[in-house]
Write a protein that binds this ligand. Structure first.
Ligand code: 4AD
Ligand code: MG
Length: 431
């Protein structure tokens, strides 16, 4: 008989089926053994009765431990008490591998689960997060391609800092010190002269010394760069992407979000309502008036302030026009608001923090050199990058989205570490 998935069997509701998967739970009684089996699609309760199978099959069913792999043939029967509403009455059982005693049972610390991540990856929670993750990647590709963007790639080894020196990972490159990339951006700004509209999804590296629930040292970065684009259209593109991701996940992952316990009502306004756009100065005022938090002009918003702000809106909010002294050297100063940049952070709802960093890029070579120097960089090391302003310079803009931040937010996770199969943080680089 042809194997079908557990979900296909549940949809079929009745008849004889062949399934294969792993033991999720097992409980033995005198003449009956209950095996809850899982595969990538769902779980189903299977009941093995001593008088319905061979002697060997009955012995195997009694020996079997959690995570053993098996093939089962049986008949479906509706059963309201079973975890997914159906029970499989087993007529054939073939154990493919008898698992050793699985090291994970209930009530382990999050740190232990991360130590055995290669095994805890099979949990229902992570299986469902990984499905949402797959949808998010697909949605990003589909969104950009639907607007005629080309996928373009930048190197991971780089001689330059783009997001400040403090989060650079140094690599010994045949005796020379270079870095792991923090962003594709400088290479993307060279790429638009060939392709005009480009995007990528690739790992970025930040040597973050902070142990927070939203920082990884290696994360997947969805980035876009567009020739001829100005600031307002840049924010439109970013808003459209977030809406498209959330809409797609709501459509394709209802079941997964349900298993994860996500309150999807909180995600619905994101698809329907326009995201507010407030300036940094307005944000300071709002924080003072509505959250009783006072911040002096020129200080960056920290996690507490971002969280307080996010609680005031039921969609993400763009904070624009940060003071140029606290933002990256490549952000363009606003002609109409000197000292502030045409840059924005998009702050997610429910305290999930910054999910996108965006800006129109500075095109004035003198300004770029000045700002690089002010940040302690040697403009000579950026000669190749400054060439992009020497040969047919055009207005352009782009943004970067932290894919795990978006996954953690959409799934309602407590920690960003559960948004990626093998998280890397300051304290964790294994397994
Ligand atoms: O705001 P960032 O630093 O912006 C850039 O790198 C720009 N060069 C992007 C561009 O314009 N092409 O990073 C962009 C996003 C942040 O908004 C955040 O979502 C995510 O990357 N991010 C991280 N995600 C997980 N762990 C970290 N340590 C992150 N640092 C940034
Ligand atoms: Mg940022």
């Amino acid at each position: 008989m042809k194997f079908i998935s557990i979900q296909e069997a549940l949809d079929k509701k009745e008849g004889k089926v062949s399934l294969r998967g792993w033991v999720y739970r097992e409980r033995k009684q005198k003449e009956m053994a209950f095996i809850v089996m899982r595969d990538s699609s769902n779980i189903i309760q299977c009941v093995v009765k001593e008088d319905k199978v061979s002697k060997k099959e009955w012995e195997d069913a009694n020996k079997i431990l959690i995570e053993s792999s098996l093939e089962i043939e049986g008949t479906l029967k509706e059963d309201k008490r079973a975890p997914t509403g159906y029970e499989l009455q087993v007529s054939k059982l073939n154990v493919i591998h008898f698992a050793e005693k699985f090291p994970i049972s209930k009530d382990h610390s999050p740190e232990f689960l991360l130590d055995v991540r290669h095994l805890s990856l099979r949990s229902r929670k992570l299986t469902n997060v990984l499905k949402v993750r797959s949808t998010v990647f697909k949605a990003i590709h589909d969104y950009f391609r639907s607007f005629g963007y080309y996928e373009y790639h930048s190197p991971c080894f780089t001689p330059n800092a783009a997001e400040g020196g403090s989060t650079l990972f140094k690599v010994d490159y045949f005796g020379k010190p270079i870095y792991l990339t923090q962003t594709w951006q400088l290479y993307a700004e060279a790429g638009i002269f060939a392709l005009e509209k480009i995007y990528t999804i690739a790992p970025s590296f930040r040597s973050e010394k902070s142990k927070t629930s939203r920082h990884l040292t290696e994360y997947w970065h969805a980035e876009v760069e567009t020739a001829w684009q100005h600031f307002p259209e840049l924010l439109d593109l970013a808003e459209g992407l977030i809406k498209y991701i959330v809409k797609t996940v709501l459509k394709e992952n209802k079941k997964e979000l349900d298993i994860l316990g996500r309150d999807t009502k909180k995600l619905e306004p994101i698809v329907k309502e326009k995201f507010p756009r407030i300036t940094y100065k307005e944000a300071l005022k709002i924080l003072e008036q509505k959250a009783k938090i006072k911040i002096p002009y020129g200080k960056d918003l920290r996690t507490v302030e971002e969280d307080a702000l996010s609680k005031l809106y039921n969609t993400p909010v763009f904070v624009t026009h940060y003071p140029k002294i606290i933002k990256a050297f490549y952000m363009k100063e606003d002609d109409k608001d000197k000292g502030a940049v045409l840059g924005s952070d998009l702050i997610a709802t429910e305290g999930y923090g910054e999910i996108i960093g965006a800006s129109e890029r500075e095109t004035d070579i003198k300004e770029l050199e000045k700002k690089l120097k002010a940040q302690g960089e040697d403009p000579k090391k950026y000669g190749w990058y400054l060439d992009t302003r020497r040969y047919g310079s055009v207005p352009h803009a782009g943004f970067g989205l932290g894919v795990e931040r978006v996954i953690a937010w959409v799934c309602g996770l407590d920690n960003i570490k559960d948004a990626i199969p093998f998280p890397r943080t300051m304290l964790r680089y294994q397994p």
